[in-house]
Design a protein around this ligand. Sequence first.
Ligand code: OOG
Ligand code: NI
Length: 307
Amino acid sequence: HPQDCSFRLSQDSSLQGGESFFRNILATMETVYLNRNPTAKAILELVRSVDDDRLCYDHFAFRTYGRRVEIPCEEVESVLVCPPNVPHSDAGAGVNGPLPRIFISELLVDQMSPEAQKIIRKYTNLSGNGNMHAALASALGCLTWEKPSYSEFQQLARESEYAAWTLVNGYTLNHVTISAHRLKSHLRNIRNLNQFIEENGFKLNSEGGILKGSENMVKTKDGVSPDGLLLQSSTVADSTSFQFAEGIVESIPCSYIEFAERLVLPQFKNLPENEVEEIHRRDGFEVGNADKIFESTSMDQLTRKVA
Ligand code: OOG
Ligand code: NI
C-alpha cells in the first residue's frame, strides 16, 4: 500500500555511510538517465536556470515484472518507499537535497496472456537472480537479461506497452520528479511550470488533460477518492535507438520527467507559509493520476502532434 513506508534510514550518525552510499547510487542512476534522455536533461537545466539551482526531487520511479498473484483487472501495482522524516539542512539540491521517495511499480505478470507470460519468464529466467542486483543494473544502465528479440518486444507491446518498455529498459530510472512546491520562483506553481515547459517547446503528456489531479471530488465511503491535493504532470518520453538480438536497430521509448506539486493538508492550511514543511503537505500517490502518467511512454503520446 502506498502509505506503508518500509524503508528507513537511521538517524544514527554511525550509519551516515549508509546514507552517502544510497545517495551515490541515486546520483549514478541519475547520470545514466540524463545521458539517455535529452529532454529530461534540458528541462532540469532550464528550471535550474530560473530557480537558483535549488531544485529537489519528489520521487524516483522504476518499473518491474511482478511475481505476485494479485486482484484481477489491475494491470500494475505499486509500492512507495518514503525517506525518513529527518530535518534536512537547506544546503543540498538534487540528489544531495532532501531524499526523494522511491516509487516502484510492478506488472502483474500472472494476469497476462500465456504467450506474454512465456516471453517475460524467458527473460527473467535468463536473468537468474539478477533481480537481486536491480540497483546495480540501474546504476550501470544495463539489463540483467540478454538482449531481447525484436519480434518478442513487438508481441509484448501489442498486449502491454509497460511490459515491452520494461523488456528493453529493465531497471533503469523510468522518471525523476521535480518537486514543484519546493522551488522558489513562480515555477513553484505547477500550472506556471507546465506553461513554462510548453513555451520552451517541450511536449507534455496530454492523457486526461495536462494537469493530473486537479479534480476536487468528494470523499466516498471507501475513502479513496482524489482530494485534489496532489497535482502532477509529465513530459512525453524520449526515444532512443536500441539494437535487438536479431541485429535490427529500432527506436524505443525511454524515460520522461515528471512534476509534482503537493498542496498543504487542510489541517495545516493556517500555518504561515514559511513554516510549511513537506510533512504538512499531501503525501503518497494518487491512482487516478498514476494511470495517466503511465501513458508518458505510450505510442499514442509519443506519436502525438502538438496542437
Ligand atoms: C509510473 C507512473 C505513475 C506517479 O507518480 O504516480 C507515477 C510509470 O510510468 O512507471 O509516476
Ligand atoms: Ni511519478
